[in-house]
Design a protein around this ligand. Structure first.
Ligand code: MRU
Length: 365
Protein backbone atom coordinates (compact mmCIF):
# COMPACT_ATOMS: atom_id res chain seq x y z
CA UNK A 1 0.00 0.00 0.00
CA UNK A 2 1.83 3.10 -1.19
CA UNK A 3 0.50 6.65 -0.86
CA UNK A 4 1.60 10.18 -1.69
CA UNK A 5 3.92 11.59 0.96
CA UNK A 6 1.43 14.04 2.42
CA UNK A 7 -1.46 11.62 2.87
CA UNK A 8 -2.10 10.95 6.54
CA UNK A 9 -0.33 14.19 7.40
CA UNK A 10 -2.62 16.79 5.86
CA UNK A 11 -6.08 17.53 7.20
CA UNK A 12 -5.03 18.42 10.73
CA UNK A 13 -4.94 14.84 12.00
CA UNK A 14 -1.19 14.54 11.77
CA UNK A 15 0.77 11.54 10.61
CA UNK A 16 -0.69 8.14 11.55
CA UNK A 17 2.11 5.65 12.26
CA UNK A 18 -0.32 3.05 13.67
CA UNK A 19 -3.77 2.26 12.21
CA UNK A 20 -5.98 -0.40 13.79
CA UNK A 21 -8.36 -1.96 11.26
CA UNK A 22 -10.14 -4.52 13.44
CA UNK A 23 -8.62 -7.58 11.79
CA UNK A 24 -5.14 -6.17 11.11
CA UNK A 25 -2.66 -3.55 12.25
CA UNK A 26 -1.32 -1.16 9.64
CA UNK A 27 2.10 0.27 10.42
CA UNK A 28 3.63 3.14 8.49
CA UNK A 29 6.99 1.73 7.36
CA UNK A 30 9.40 4.21 8.95
CA UNK A 31 12.37 2.58 7.22
CA UNK A 32 11.19 4.09 3.94
CA UNK A 33 10.54 7.64 5.12
CA UNK A 34 10.91 10.31 3.93
CA UNK A 35 11.00 8.96 0.37
CA UNK A 36 7.86 6.85 0.46
CA UNK A 37 4.77 6.40 2.61
CA UNK A 38 3.96 2.70 2.68
CA UNK A 39 1.86 0.85 5.23
CA UNK A 40 2.77 -2.70 6.28
CA UNK A 41 -0.17 -4.91 7.30
CA UNK A 42 0.30 -7.21 10.30
CA UNK A 43 -2.21 -9.98 11.02
CA UNK A 44 -0.42 -11.85 13.83
CA UNK A 45 1.62 -11.06 16.92
CA UNK A 46 4.62 -12.62 15.16
CA UNK A 47 4.32 -10.11 12.33
CA UNK A 48 4.03 -7.22 14.78
CA UNK A 49 7.07 -8.47 16.72
CA UNK A 50 9.04 -8.66 13.47
CA UNK A 51 7.94 -5.12 12.52
CA UNK A 52 9.11 -3.81 15.91
CA UNK A 53 12.46 -5.62 15.62
CA UNK A 54 13.02 -4.33 12.07
CA UNK A 55 12.03 -0.77 13.08
CA UNK A 56 9.04 -0.55 10.75
CA UNK A 57 7.54 0.99 13.88
CA UNK A 58 9.85 2.55 16.48
CA UNK A 59 9.89 4.98 19.36
CA UNK A 60 9.07 3.74 22.86
CA UNK A 61 5.36 4.69 23.08
CA UNK A 62 4.62 3.53 19.51
CA UNK A 63 6.30 0.18 20.24
CA UNK A 64 4.04 -0.24 23.30
CA UNK A 65 0.89 0.59 21.29
CA UNK A 66 1.84 -1.74 18.43
CA UNK A 67 2.61 -4.59 20.84
CA UNK A 68 -0.80 -4.20 22.50
CA UNK A 69 -2.55 -4.63 19.13
CA UNK A 70 -0.20 -7.55 18.39
CA UNK A 71 -1.60 -9.30 21.48
CA UNK A 72 -5.15 -8.71 20.16
CA UNK A 73 -4.26 -10.22 16.78
CA UNK A 74 -3.14 -13.48 18.43
CA UNK A 75 -5.93 -13.55 21.04
CA UNK A 76 -3.49 -13.14 23.91
CA UNK A 77 -1.78 -16.51 23.62
CA UNK A 78 1.26 -17.02 25.88
CA UNK A 79 3.42 -17.36 22.74
CA UNK A 80 2.31 -13.95 21.49
CA UNK A 81 3.41 -12.29 24.75
CA UNK A 82 6.76 -14.10 24.63
CA UNK A 83 7.42 -13.16 21.00
CA UNK A 84 6.55 -9.51 21.50
CA UNK A 85 8.60 -9.25 24.71
CA UNK A 86 11.68 -10.43 22.81
CA UNK A 87 11.34 -7.85 20.02
CA UNK A 88 13.32 -4.95 21.58
CA UNK A 89 14.73 -4.79 25.12
CA UNK A 90 15.20 -1.14 26.13
CA UNK A 91 11.86 0.67 25.70
CA UNK A 92 9.94 -0.17 28.86
CA UNK A 93 6.67 0.91 27.24
CA UNK A 94 6.70 -2.47 25.48
CA UNK A 95 6.70 -4.41 28.76
CA UNK A 96 4.33 -1.93 30.40
CA UNK A 97 1.81 -2.45 27.57
CA UNK A 98 2.16 -6.25 27.70
CA UNK A 99 1.54 -6.24 31.47
CA UNK A 100 -1.59 -4.15 30.97
CA UNK A 101 -2.82 -6.53 28.28
CA UNK A 102 -2.27 -9.55 30.55
CA UNK A 103 -4.65 -8.04 33.10
CA UNK A 104 -7.27 -6.92 30.56
CA UNK A 105 -10.74 -8.45 30.28
CA UNK A 106 -11.35 -7.15 26.74
CA UNK A 107 -8.10 -7.21 24.75
CA UNK A 108 -9.22 -4.98 21.88
CA UNK A 109 -10.66 -2.31 24.18
CA UNK A 110 -7.50 -2.34 26.27
CA UNK A 111 -5.24 -1.90 23.23
CA UNK A 112 -7.40 0.99 22.04
CA UNK A 113 -7.26 2.53 25.53
CA UNK A 114 -3.46 2.26 25.59
CA UNK A 115 -3.35 4.05 22.25
CA UNK A 116 -5.84 6.78 23.24
CA UNK A 117 -4.15 7.35 26.59
CA UNK A 118 -0.78 7.79 24.93
CA UNK A 119 -2.19 10.44 22.63
CA UNK A 120 -3.82 12.24 25.57
CA UNK A 121 -0.59 12.02 27.61
CA UNK A 122 1.39 13.54 24.75
CA UNK A 123 -1.00 16.44 24.39
CA UNK A 124 -0.90 17.06 28.15
CA UNK A 125 2.89 16.99 28.35
CA UNK A 126 3.06 19.18 25.25
CA UNK A 127 1.09 21.88 27.07
CA UNK A 128 3.13 21.56 30.25
CA UNK A 129 6.43 21.47 28.42
CA UNK A 130 5.66 24.38 26.09
CA UNK A 131 5.61 26.63 29.14
CA UNK A 132 9.29 25.84 29.69
CA UNK A 133 10.34 26.79 26.16
CA UNK A 134 11.40 30.44 25.82
CA UNK A 135 9.87 32.68 23.15
CA UNK A 136 11.71 32.26 19.86
CA UNK A 137 13.93 29.52 21.30
CA UNK A 138 16.25 27.47 19.14
CA UNK A 139 15.51 23.98 20.39
CA UNK A 140 17.94 21.15 19.82
CA UNK A 141 16.49 17.63 19.74
CA UNK A 142 17.77 14.14 19.04
CA UNK A 143 16.32 11.08 17.31
CA UNK A 144 12.60 11.22 16.51
CA UNK A 145 10.09 11.77 19.28
CA UNK A 146 7.22 13.07 17.20
CA UNK A 147 3.89 11.66 16.07
CA UNK A 148 5.80 8.85 14.36
CA UNK A 149 7.23 7.61 17.66
CA UNK A 150 3.93 7.64 19.56
CA UNK A 151 0.17 7.31 19.15
CA UNK A 152 0.31 10.92 17.92
CA UNK A 153 1.58 14.45 18.67
CA UNK A 154 4.86 13.18 20.16
CA UNK A 155 6.80 13.63 23.39
CA UNK A 156 9.82 15.96 23.03
CA UNK A 157 8.78 16.93 19.52
CA UNK A 158 5.23 17.20 20.88
CA UNK A 159 6.44 19.85 23.33
CA UNK A 160 8.07 21.70 20.43
CA UNK A 161 4.87 21.32 18.40
CA UNK A 162 2.85 22.75 21.30
CA UNK A 163 5.31 25.67 21.52
CA UNK A 164 5.04 26.45 17.79
CA UNK A 165 3.13 29.68 18.42
CA UNK A 166 6.14 30.95 20.38
CA UNK A 167 8.10 31.11 17.15
CA UNK A 168 10.47 28.31 18.07
CA UNK A 169 12.83 26.65 15.64
CA UNK A 170 14.33 23.17 15.76
CA UNK A 171 17.91 22.00 15.46
CA UNK A 172 17.59 18.31 14.60
CA UNK A 173 20.61 16.09 15.22
CA UNK A 174 20.73 13.55 12.41
CA UNK A 175 21.07 10.65 14.89
CA UNK A 176 23.62 8.20 13.59
CA UNK A 177 23.51 5.36 12.80
CA UNK A 178 19.84 5.00 11.84
CA UNK A 179 19.21 8.66 11.01
CA UNK A 180 15.87 9.08 12.79
CA UNK A 181 16.61 12.80 13.14
CA UNK A 182 17.49 13.37 9.48
CA UNK A 183 14.81 11.13 8.03
CA UNK A 184 11.91 11.45 10.47
CA UNK A 185 12.20 14.55 12.68
CA UNK A 186 13.19 16.77 9.77
CA UNK A 187 10.26 15.37 7.77
CA UNK A 188 7.74 15.92 10.57
CA UNK A 189 8.95 19.50 11.07
CA UNK A 190 8.69 20.24 7.35
CA UNK A 191 5.15 18.78 7.28
CA UNK A 192 4.17 20.92 10.29
CA UNK A 193 5.82 24.11 9.07
CA UNK A 194 8.18 24.26 12.05
CA UNK A 195 11.51 25.80 10.98
CA UNK A 196 14.11 23.05 11.25
CA UNK A 197 17.86 22.97 10.70
CA UNK A 198 19.50 19.58 10.31
CA UNK A 199 23.00 18.99 11.69
CA UNK A 200 25.24 15.96 12.05
CA UNK A 201 25.57 14.79 15.66
CA UNK A 202 29.17 15.98 15.81
CA UNK A 203 28.14 19.62 15.18
CA UNK A 204 26.13 19.99 18.40
CA UNK A 205 29.04 21.18 20.57
CA UNK A 206 30.13 23.76 18.03
CA UNK A 207 26.64 25.28 17.85
CA UNK A 208 26.33 25.32 21.63
CA UNK A 209 29.71 27.02 22.00
CA UNK A 210 28.51 29.75 19.61
CA UNK A 211 25.33 30.41 21.67
CA UNK A 212 23.16 29.01 18.87
CA UNK A 213 21.17 26.62 21.10
CA UNK A 214 18.74 27.84 23.78
CA UNK A 215 17.34 24.58 25.09
CA UNK A 216 17.72 20.84 24.46
CA UNK A 217 14.75 18.50 24.70
CA UNK A 218 14.79 14.76 24.08
CA UNK A 219 12.57 11.73 24.68
CA UNK A 220 13.23 8.58 26.67
CA UNK A 221 13.00 4.82 26.31
CA UNK A 222 13.17 4.11 30.02
CA UNK A 223 13.52 6.27 33.11
CA UNK A 224 14.99 4.57 36.18
CA UNK A 225 13.62 5.25 39.69
CA UNK A 226 16.44 7.76 40.37
CA UNK A 227 15.78 9.74 37.16
CA UNK A 228 18.59 8.33 35.00
CA UNK A 229 17.34 8.23 31.41
CA UNK A 230 17.94 5.71 28.63
CA UNK A 231 17.47 7.30 25.23
CA UNK A 232 18.83 7.08 21.71
CA UNK A 233 22.59 6.75 21.50
CA UNK A 234 24.10 10.22 21.43
CA UNK A 235 21.76 11.70 24.05
CA UNK A 236 24.33 11.49 26.86
CA UNK A 237 26.98 13.58 25.04
CA UNK A 238 24.32 16.23 24.32
CA UNK A 239 23.52 16.41 28.05
CA UNK A 240 27.21 16.77 28.92
CA UNK A 241 27.61 19.52 26.33
CA UNK A 242 24.44 21.28 27.52
CA UNK A 243 25.76 21.31 31.10
CA UNK A 244 29.13 22.63 29.90
CA UNK A 245 27.39 25.52 28.15
CA UNK A 246 24.69 26.26 30.74
CA UNK A 247 21.85 25.20 28.45
CA UNK A 248 18.71 23.63 29.99
CA UNK A 249 18.33 19.96 29.13
CA UNK A 250 14.79 18.51 29.34
CA UNK A 251 13.43 15.01 28.87
CA UNK A 252 9.78 14.53 27.86
CA UNK A 253 8.20 11.12 28.39
CA UNK A 254 4.86 9.67 29.48
CA UNK A 255 4.49 7.81 32.79
CA UNK A 256 4.53 4.55 30.80
CA UNK A 257 8.26 5.20 30.23
CA UNK A 258 9.05 5.35 33.98
CA UNK A 259 10.35 2.09 35.43
CA UNK A 260 10.14 2.18 39.22
CA UNK A 261 11.56 -1.36 39.34
CA UNK A 262 14.95 -0.27 38.01
CA UNK A 263 16.95 1.59 40.68
CA UNK A 264 19.33 3.44 38.34
CA UNK A 265 20.48 3.67 34.74
CA UNK A 266 23.21 1.05 35.08
CA UNK A 267 20.49 -1.63 35.33
CA UNK A 268 18.68 -0.67 32.12
CA UNK A 269 19.23 -3.23 29.33
CA UNK A 270 20.85 -1.60 26.31
CA UNK A 271 19.99 -3.06 22.92
CA UNK A 272 22.88 -3.88 20.59
CA UNK A 273 21.71 -3.65 16.99
CA UNK A 274 23.20 -5.19 13.82
CA UNK A 275 26.67 -4.11 12.68
CA UNK A 276 25.26 -3.37 9.23
CA UNK A 277 23.62 -0.20 10.63
CA UNK A 278 27.10 1.19 11.38
CA UNK A 279 29.09 -0.14 8.43
CA UNK A 280 26.72 1.40 5.91
CA UNK A 281 23.15 2.40 5.18
CA UNK A 282 20.64 0.44 3.13
CA UNK A 283 22.55 -0.89 0.12
CA UNK A 284 25.65 1.27 0.65
CA UNK A 285 28.63 -0.02 2.63
CA UNK A 286 31.47 2.31 3.55
CA UNK A 287 33.39 0.41 6.25
CA UNK A 288 36.19 -2.04 5.51
CA UNK A 289 35.16 -5.70 5.48
CA UNK A 290 36.52 -7.46 8.56
CA UNK A 291 36.42 -4.47 10.92
CA UNK A 292 34.74 -5.12 14.28
CA UNK A 293 31.75 -2.96 15.14
CA UNK A 294 29.80 -1.83 18.22
CA UNK A 295 26.22 -0.66 17.85
CA UNK A 296 24.61 0.12 21.22
CA UNK A 297 21.28 1.71 20.30
CA UNK A 298 20.86 3.70 23.54
CA UNK A 299 22.91 5.43 26.21
CA UNK A 300 22.24 6.53 29.77
CA UNK A 301 22.03 10.17 30.79
CA UNK A 302 22.54 10.53 34.55
CA UNK A 303 19.75 12.39 36.38
CA UNK A 304 22.22 15.04 37.58
CA UNK A 305 22.59 16.33 34.00
CA UNK A 306 18.83 16.72 33.50
CA UNK A 307 17.16 20.07 34.19
CA UNK A 308 13.69 18.54 34.27
CA UNK A 309 11.56 15.60 33.20
CA UNK A 310 8.22 16.51 31.65
CA UNK A 311 5.39 13.98 31.80
CA UNK A 312 1.60 14.20 31.55
CA UNK A 313 1.32 14.62 35.31
CA UNK A 314 3.75 17.48 35.70
CA UNK A 315 7.37 18.53 35.54
CA UNK A 316 10.03 17.01 37.81
CA UNK A 317 12.79 19.58 38.12
CA UNK A 318 16.27 18.40 39.15
CA UNK A 319 14.96 14.81 39.07
CA UNK A 320 15.69 12.55 42.02
CA UNK A 321 14.25 9.30 43.38
CA UNK A 322 12.12 11.22 45.91
CA UNK A 323 10.79 13.80 43.47
CA UNK A 324 9.87 11.19 40.88
CA UNK A 325 8.13 9.03 43.50
CA UNK A 326 6.22 12.09 44.74
CA UNK A 327 5.05 12.97 41.24
CA UNK A 328 3.95 9.41 40.50
CA UNK A 329 2.00 9.18 43.75
CA UNK A 330 0.42 12.62 43.50
CA UNK A 331 -2.67 13.85 41.65
CA UNK A 332 -2.67 14.64 37.95
CA UNK A 333 -1.49 18.15 37.07
CA UNK A 334 -3.86 20.80 35.85
CA UNK A 335 -3.71 20.89 32.04
CA UNK A 336 -3.28 24.67 32.26
CA UNK A 337 0.46 25.22 31.77
CA UNK A 338 0.56 28.19 34.11
CA UNK A 339 -0.44 25.86 36.92
CA UNK A 340 1.87 23.04 35.93
CA UNK A 341 2.77 20.91 38.88
CA UNK A 342 6.39 20.66 39.90
CA UNK A 343 7.77 18.26 42.49
CA UNK A 344 10.42 20.47 43.98
CA UNK A 345 8.16 21.51 46.87
CA UNK A 346 8.20 25.12 45.70
CA UNK A 347 6.11 26.89 43.09
CA UNK A 348 7.38 25.78 39.73
CA UNK A 349 8.25 29.27 38.57
CA UNK A 350 10.48 29.85 41.59
CA UNK A 351 12.37 26.63 40.98
CA UNK A 352 13.42 27.32 37.40
CA UNK A 353 16.36 29.66 36.98
CA UNK A 354 15.50 32.76 34.94
CA UNK A 355 17.49 31.49 32.00
CA UNK A 356 15.27 28.40 31.90
CA UNK A 357 12.01 30.30 31.59
CA UNK A 358 11.44 33.43 29.56
CA UNK A 359 14.95 34.65 28.95
CA UNK A 360 17.05 33.04 26.30
CA UNK A 361 20.09 31.52 28.03
CA UNK A 362 23.61 32.49 27.14
CA UNK A 363 26.23 29.79 26.82
CA UNK A 364 29.18 29.76 29.16
CA UNK A 365 32.39 29.57 27.22
O1 MRU B 1 15.56 3.12 18.18
P1 MRU B 1 14.37 4.01 18.23
O2 MRU B 1 14.18 4.83 17.01
O3 MRU B 1 13.12 3.25 18.62
O4 MRU B 1 14.68 5.02 19.43
C1 MRU B 1 13.74 5.99 19.77
C2 MRU B 1 14.21 6.92 20.83
O5 MRU B 1 15.28 6.79 21.35
C3 MRU B 1 13.23 7.95 21.27
O6 MRU B 1 13.90 9.09 21.71
C4 MRU B 1 12.38 7.40 22.42
O7 MRU B 1 11.86 6.14 22.10
C5 MRU B 1 11.26 8.30 22.74
S1 MRU B 1 10.07 8.35 21.44
C6 MRU B 1 8.80 9.34 21.93
Amino acid sequence: MSAPLTRGVAGGRGVEPIRWRGDRLELLDQRLLPERMVYVSCRTAAEVAQAIRDMVVRGAPAIGCAAAFGVVLSNGTPESYAMLAKSRPTAVNLFWALERMKKAKDLENEAKAIFDQDLAANRAMGKLGAELIPQGARVMTHCNTGALATAGHGTALGVIRSAKEKGVSVIACETRPYLQGARLTAWECVQEGIPCTLITDSMAGHLMSRSEVDVVIVGADRIAANGDVANKIGTYPLAVLARRHGIPFYVAAPLSTFDAGIPDGSQIPIEERPASEVTGYRETRWAAEGVSVRNPAFDITPAELITGIICEKGVVLAPSRQRIARLRAGPRASPAPSRARATSGRARGSRIPARHTGKVPRARR
